[in-house]
Write a protein that binds this ligand. Structure first.
Ligand SMILES: Nc1ncnc2c1ncn2[C@@H]1O[C@H](COP(=O)(O)OP(=O)(O)O)[C@@H](O)[C@H]1O
Ligand SMILES: C[C@@](O)(CCOP(=O)(O)OP(=O)(O)O)CC(=O)O
Length: 187
């Protein structure tokens, strides 16, 4: 049974995947860690239905952006029937790990699901607009002003991490999260 979930949210190109991978490496010193995404099973099912390459949808390549709008819409339909559908699949992928890091929470229902499932640390990744732009971010109407990107803007996360490219500061903040996780695991 998963003992702790680290539920990460953040805007496009804030560095959610980058931070999640680094955090996983760090936490693997003290626990078994599984990296999962709410969008993984969504992309998998969507790819199957539309005969697309799932691995390609997982990358930062053009295919994800070409299909984003439609994937969001398809996902919304699924969530209307069952708000926890994709979250459940994400935590079930490796049910025996100590820590499950979820790389892409977007909606309050995602956070509610994880907080109800087990001990959860909600982490927000923040990066300045200019920094996100330098990483390839471009604003799209209907995506960047919609729930998929804004649903957790006002959510009270347990930890807010600044990811503007200062590596020493990033490591310091990772160290703080690492300590919090260790404490949560031992309680
Ligand atoms: N602290 C950082 N230092 C260097 N590169 C970073 C950092 N954070 C993010 N990046 C890079 O920025 C890009 C977007 O990061 P990513 O984690 O994919 O963002 P998101 O998952 O939030 O859309 C990737 O190419 C990633 O390697
Ligand atoms: C349809 C999505 O699940 C696609 C998410 O894909 P990623 O999590 O890879 O996206 P970014 O990190 O923002 O680039 C969004 C949703 O609203 O469910």
């Amino acid at each position: 049974m998963v003992k702790l979930i680290v539920a990460i949210s953040g805007k496009r190109k804030s560095g959610k995947d980058f931070v999640a991978k680094r955090l996983a490496e760090k936490l693997r010193q003290v626990a078994t860690v599984h990296l999962a995404g709410v969008s993984h099973s969504l992309k998998q099912e969507y790819a199957q239905i539309h005969d697309l390459n799932y691995d390609e949808l997982l990358t930062d390549g053009p295919e994800k952006e070409q299909h984003r709008r439609d994937m969001i819409e398809w996902g919304e339909q699924k969530r209307k029937q069952d708000a926890g559908y994709f979250c459940r699949k994400a935590v079930s992928a490796d049910p025996n790990c100590d820590i499950c890091i979820i790389t892409d929470c977007r909606r309050t229902t995602d956070m509610e699901f994880f907080k109800n499932y087990c001990k959860t640390l909600a982490v927000r990744i923040d990066a300045d607009l200019e920094v996100r732009k330098s990483r390839g971010y471009i604003f799209f109407y209907g995506i960047d002003d919609a729930e998929s990107e804004c649903g957790l803007d006002d959510y009270k996360h347990d930890f807010v991490l600044q990811n503007n490219g200062d590596d020493a500061f990033l490591e310091k903040q990772m160290g703080e999260i690492f300590d919090i996780c260790k404490t949560l695991l031992s309680n």
